[in-house]
Write a protein that binds this ligand. Structure first.
Ligand code: FES
Length: 152
């Protein structure tokens, strides 16, 4: 268990209870998911019941209790993106990464998720890799997009 990482994250927040979501974001950014042991330690350290932590974790899609890849790929399957061929983009990503949506690659370099409308409908179909949005994505652009993030 990485106690030092949790201590360092918590120490950044002068007020804990009102910043629980922010703290969980930082924990997830650090580990690429929310490890159970660390959440239990966080609960003890902050006196916030573990049930309260899990209710927040389960409420927000952004949080994951499963390990995620270093590069998080989210394919928008909202209506506008769907109409413009987002399923084909998702299929190309699954083929190139040899995983299904909801999974991570064996080397933990990539994970693949679907999301619904990220507010970039004019750029449909849209894909977000980490914090960056890519628009007008086509299946033949996938290998280049992945190579930009490989081991990065
Ligand atoms: S439907 Fe994909 S960005 Fe809006």
């Amino acid at each position: 268990m990485d106690v030092a990482a949790i201590d360092a994250i918590v120490s950044k927040f002068p007020e804990i209870k009102g910043n629980l979501i922010g703290i969980l974001h930082e924990v997830q950014n650090h580990f690429h998911y929310l490890p159970e042991e660390e959440l239990r330690y966080l609960s003890k350290k902050t006196d916030i019941p573990i049930t309260q932590i899990y209710s927040i974790v389960n409420f927000y899609n952004r949080f994951s209790l499963k390990p995620k890849g270093k590069n998080e790929i989210c394919v928008c399957l909202g209506t506008a993106c769907h109409v413009k061929g987002a399923e084909k983009v998702m299929n190309a990503l699954e083929e190139n990464l040899h995983i299904q949506k909801g999974q991570s690659t064996e080397d933990m370099n990539f994970s693949l998720e679907e999301v619904r409308c990220i507010g970039a409908c004019s750029l449909a179909p849209a894909v977000v890799i980490n914090e960056e949005t890519y628009g007008l994505v086509t299946p033949n652009k996938i290998p280049l997009l992945l190579s930009k993030h490989k081991d990065g």
